[in-house]
Design a protein around this ligand. Structure first.
Ligand SMILES: CC(C)(COP(=O)(O)OP(=O)(O)OC[C@H]1O[C@@H](n2cnc3c(N)ncnc32)[C@H](O)[C@@H]1OP(=O)(O)O)[C@@H](O)C(=O)NCCC(=O)NCCS
Length: 179
């Protein structure tokens, strides 16, 4: 059962994608990013079992409006037992951007992820955008890894996710092939 949310004048349904949605997801990623790399990344993350959570947003007719994926990140050091994932990629159909779809898609997915017992979520992206969800650039300074830097942010869901740091992280192998 898909739950629909009123976002401005639009009704947007959020759900996990099914196999039959995969071609439309690839097409959306290509339109949103203007290249095929993000689509390839998602396919490879799926194929190697690294995806922790994937969500899509659709309209009432089932047309795809948005997509996001969280994948497993492994930690070593003090935070080695934390459950850590990263948000990448996330996109909204260019014709539907700046209407609140991305915010709803990300917030609902983060709530689901928290319910799954995740300790810490990482993201690389515009601080102005991701800070609205609670992502914190200061906390991310305690997370060492390939994407550390000014636009690297972290969101803790648990006490451990906040306190069991520093941690050194490795991303799923498809990220190493991603440009
Ligand atoms: C980033 C993206 C997912 C946001 O989704 P969206 O539905 O357009 O966003 P929302 O309508 O929920 O939020 C709009 C707000 O985000 C801001 N925003 C959107 N993209 C942004 C960006 N790249 N950097 C900073 N802020 C951004 C807008 O200025 C707007 O701010 P406001 O609420 O203060 O007016 C979407 O714009 C997109 O698909 N972009 C292309 C792909 C991409 O860059 N993905 C992120 C990297 S993986």
């Amino acid at each position: 059962m898909v739950e629909f949310h009123q976002i401005g004048e639009d009704q947007v349904g959020l759900r996990a994608p099914e196999k039959k949605d995969e071609p439309a997801i690839l097409s959306l990623l290509a339109r949103a990013f203007g290249q095929n790399n993000e689509g390839r990344l998602v396919e490879r993350l799926r194929a190697c079992g690294a995806l922790v959570l994937e969500r899509i947003a659709t309209d009432r007719d089932g047309n795809l409006l948005g997509h996001l994926a969280f994948s497993r990140v492994t930690g070593s050091g003090k935070g080695h037992s934390l459950k850590i994932s990263c948000l990448a990629p996330v996109c909204v159909d260019p014709a539907m951007q700046n209407k609140g779809v991305g915010t709803k898609l990300i917030q609902e997915a983060l709530d689901d992820l928290q319910g799954m017992g995740e300790d810490l979520v990482l993201v690389l992206g515009a601080p102005d955008y991701y800070s609205r969800f609670g992502f914190d650039g200061e906390l991310a300074k305690k997370v060492q890894g390939p994407y550390a830097g000014p636009i690297f942010m972290a969101l803790p869901f648990t006490h451990a996710g906040h306190k069991d740091l520093p941690v050194e992280v490795s991303y799923a192998t498809p990220f190493q092939e991603f440009e």
